[in-house]
Write a protein that binds this ligand. Sequence first.
Ligand code: AMP
Ligand code: GLY
Length: 421
Amino acid sequence: MKIAILGNGGREHSIAAQISKSKKLNKLYCLPGNAGTKFIAENVDLDINDFDILGKFVDEHKIDLVIVGPEKPLVEGVVDFLSNKNVKVFGPNKIPSQLEGSKIFTKKICKKYNIPTANFGVFNSVLNANKFLSSSKMPIVVKADGLAAGKGVYICEDYESAKNAIDEIFNGKFGVANQVLIEEFLQGDEMSYFVISDGKTFKKFNTAQDHKRVGEGDKGKNTGGMGAYSPSGLINKDLDVKIIESVVKPTFQAIKDMGEVYKGFLYVGLMIKDNNPYLVEYNVRMGDPECQTILPLLKTDLLELILACCDQNLENQKVEWKNKKSMSIVLCSKGYPDTYKKNVEIPNLEKISINNNTFIYHAGTQLINNKFYSTGGRVLNFVSISDDFKKSRESVINEIENLNWGNGFYRKDIGFKIIDK
Ligand code: AMP
Ligand code: GLY
């Protein structure tokens, strides 16, 4: 088969690494990929959000299957577009992608299908939103409706900061806004819960815990994710049943009731309190860095699973996992998530030895004249699997220290809630 993976992050490199092991593969393209994917696929530098260009590439190269990594093309309808060309595509169509593309769309489903989530209100003017605030308890959460690259959520400690968030959203900081979402602040511990779906049936696709804050002890600014571990320490049988029955099943029912078919990964972002799940958000893709953390644990051939989803045959597939603990730590450019230097060489990367239980997935990297350079804030993901999280973390830190990249920094405390308690 000829396969194209859309995206250029650590998530896509880890997906490419799995797919490249499959016997069914003849040729793998990464669009546009990064320095890591270059060793296992052909990188093609094209804009995946320009569907005409993408469609031409798919036609000319007779691609059999497209796997979509990031949310933007999904929310903009890349699956509908490519499906019309009779290409197999793994990822949800435009309408079900609104689960990530519109927070208000998801909240309305929660209300209609009785899915546990934070109490909320939707307001169509600054005046109405502010009126509501004056009778609300703090902290409170103010959210822009659409995609905002992880930046459209404000956790507000007081009335003034909530008012400011509402102003920023209506002033168009995240694109034209006619509405704002205001939510009750949920206490608890977060968990990322994944499922893979073929539109008829779905299977659990492991759990993880991400660390989104830039600083140790979960302090400082939000980032795309500084590291993760899998499985989450919060999951147990009872909670698993509650998540499936009260969150996942009614959501897929809602999608079916709209006459839609959900094929792809679903990332269920949860707050867990007293062993009860509350939906915080949906993403219609794998998480990053959760994907890099989870995939090394997968025993089943990922390509078989993806093809089973495309053919609505997932029911007959088993999803098997190694009984190990996985941890990823992201090596970032100094200054991230604010300003940072780009195009800084990463010497000696090729000398870092990896074994069956360690993995390096590239994110913001490029290869020029056989030398690696950074191109982004999150640069490399170091992953290790072992029998316990402490060992996995030690192994990852050891590798990062061996690389000793002068422009890099990373969090040494990923997994602190379960390792250092
Ligand atoms: P979202 O993009 O909706 O996932 O929000 C980003 C982050 O904000 C989440 O991962 C949570 O850490 C936090 N968050 C969002 N909504 C709430 C809420 N209602 N209560 C507490 N924290 C929240
Ligand atoms: N790790 C968070 C996300 O992928 O959205």
